[in-house]
Design a protein around this ligand. Structure first.
Ligand code: SF4
Length: 343
């Protein structure tokens, strides 16, 4: 199968049944992965602060500065959470918090350096999302290249593509007008790749985005990968509406699976397509039949839990599901420093 255009992808979505989407997605998946193999990680998202000025209307997590209930985790609290992750057999931390104007870049550099010093190679961490990185660099009045160099100097290897939701300017204006522009986001992510750090692509569906907006997001992702080759993976999850200002309803698991298939077909230049156990629970594993090859087993993420996500700590029970579907599941360690390019 040749690369599909946006128009062809729209036709696939509108006209093809699940079996055909699965067949085509399976064709692209087999270019990268054995058909019956899936990989996973055990990880924890550490939400280091819930104070945020961005005020996205789909978020149930944040409080404004000076509002009651705001927090910033201490180093000891962060270490305790990492120690607990190690007890669960996990080795990946994702730091994710709000746009807290009281935290300077030094707070982050000190935190990441202390985690690296304490845990060495036992733990890998996704330091920030691109969205937080944009905010930090702007607050510090640094170029994206300068901010990326500071993080690298603090021992950071990964700044992941979180906070992208739907990468269209219209979507951002409707729901998150103080977060960043799409142009800023992509420029920052390019600087992250050029600094030698690794990054990933993400997407969230199920707000009020149109099919064309979903396709624009996929097109931007594929173009970015063509230009930089810097995306390790693509992870899509679904919006949780509970407790948010925007509200709404959850989309069906079937719609999610079909979107995973369309993403696998369209993103022919991205090796890993990841399915979201955090937001789809047991239903996430069926996405392996629709072209996904990898997933996390998260033990905590306050952002999505506040909006209604449910986390199971019965990891063996969860792993039994893809096994029943016929997959060999293998643990995948996050890439370690030696595998990260240096400039
Ligand atoms: S989604 Fe992130 S940036 Fe937006 S309000 Fe919530 S914490 Fe802030």
């Amino acid at each position: 199968m040749n690369r599909v255009s946006v128009d062809e992808a729209r036709e696939l979505w509108l006209r093809e049944d699940d079996e055909e989407l699965k067949r085509l997605a399976g064709e692209v998946r087999r270019r990268y992965h054995e058909p019956d193999r899936a990989t996973y990680m055990v990880m924890r998202i550490i939400n280091y602060t819930n104070v945020c000025v961005a005020q996205c209307d789909y978020c149930a997590f944040y409080v404004l500065p000076n509002q009651e209930g705001g927090y910033v985790l201490s180093g000891e609290e962060v270490f305790a959470k990492i120690d607990e992750l190690l007890e669960f057999g996990g080795d990946l931390v994702g730091f994710n918090g709000g746009f807290n104007p009281r935290l300077p870049l030094d707070y982050y550099c000190d935190l990441f350096a202390s985690v690296r010093e304490r845990y060495g190679e036992r733990v890998e961490f996704y330091a920030l999302t691109v969205a937080e990185f944009v905010f930090l660099a702007d607050r510090a009045k640094l170029s994206y290249a300068e901010a990326a160099a500071r993080l690298r100097g603090a021992g950071v290897h990964w700044v992941t593509g979180g906070g992208s939701e739907i990468l269209t300017e219209d979507f951002r204006a409707r729901h998150a007008k103080w977060k960043y522009t799409v142009a800023d986001y992509l420029e920052a992510q390019r600087a992250i790749v050029e600094s030698g750090m690794r990054t990933t692509a993400t997407m969230v569906i199920g707000f009020d985005e149109t099919l064309d907006e979903r396709l624009e997001h996929l097109q931007r992702t594929r173009d970015f990968q063509d230009e930089t080759g810097g995306l390790f993976s693509f992870l899509c999850w679904t919006y949780k509406p509970y407790g948010t200002a925007f509200g709404g309803r959850e989309i069906s698991a079937q719609e999610y699976w079909r979107h995973i298939a369309l993403s696998r077909i369209f993103l022919d230049n991205v090796e890993h397509i990841r399915t979201s156990v955090l937001t789809q629970n047991e239903e996430a594993f069926r996405a392996l039949d629709y072209g996904a090859d990898d997933f996390d087993l998260p033990i905590e993420d306050e952002v999505t839990q506040k909006a209604g996500a449910r986390i199971s700590l019965d990891l063996e029970g969860l792993l039994a599901i893809p096994r029943r579907l016929g997959y060999r599941v293998e643990y995948r360690r996050a890439e370690r420093p030696s595998a990260v390019a240096t400039h």
